[in-house]
Design a protein around this ligand. Sequence first.
Ligand code: TXA
Ligand code: MG
Length: 319
Amino acid sequence: MTTIGTDIAHAIALLQQGKLVAIPTETVYGLAGNALNEATVASIFEAKNRPTFDPLIIHIADWRHAALWVQDIPEKAEALAAAFFPGPLTLLLPKRPVISDLVTAGSPFVAIRVPAHPMARKVLEALDFPLAAPSANPFGYVSPTTAAHVAQQLGEKIPYILDGGPCQVGLESTIVGFEGDAPVVFRKGGIPIEAIEQVIGPVTVQEHSSSKPSAPGMLLSHYAPGTPLVLGNLRELAAQSPGAKIGVLAFQEPLPGLPAAQQVVLSAKGDFAEAAQHLFAGLRYLDGLHLDLILAELLPEAQLGRAINDRLRRAAAKR
Ligand code: TXA
Ligand code: MG
């Protein structure tokens, strides 16, 4: 069984022994282990039941040391790092040989990020290796934004969960790579595309690919609850589902006539950042009610609304 606690020294000691620890980041909780230890990296894939073709992000304390792990860093990558690290950004860059093919699933590029959560930073600053850390959920399920979420699904598999409270951002990092010098957003996330474009100009956004994704977070069905989720106009969807036990995930206003306990309102005041914070916990809550159907509505397609809609569409995709 796992322990949940706030003992940073204990987390550091376990990581130094090659063990796995779930750590808080500002985006979602990560399932962390020594990125330079192949046995540890293999155990991350195993604990998550994650296919080894799906590469891991490495986390470092300080961008100034990035050249230890990556090379040929484009100017636009430096500009993004200066603007957003530490924070919810991941850069895809050519790896140095010290990063194993297991971490990158054979790709010559490694995903690297500097997280902002103070506990994650303290842990990373104490270590002399980067941490490989995917989101701390079973492969394909909704990402965890509290320590309790991690314990519910991976508690049997990891000795310690470092509790840093609910995640401030609530969406995974935005992943940016480069084709030559041209920036490509491979995953929408905690840094809005508009903010990225303010720093480096226009970017291409890669929408999901189906069979051979360059980022499996881009798989059509991902981030998915167990209960079927349908997207659209809440009133119309409810009218089309007579007799079904339904739950509702609404942006600002609940659906009249349905008990409040079966509804999650992401942000009554219509704030995208607040909606993002509540999204994954809301999906988990509704999933836990074991209803027939979750009805959800899309947000305006701007700022963090784009990343939230991306997750909702994947959660709704047929498996
Ligand atoms: O916010 C985040 O990024 C969180 C926290 C824990 O840092 N991590 C996270 O990791 O979301 P994960 O493994 O759940 O999602 C990482 C995504 C995957 O879709 C993976 O395929 C992609 O990043 N990725 C990682 N390395 C890659 C690489 N070398 N090339 C292409 N895609 C890569
Ligand atoms: Mg994930």
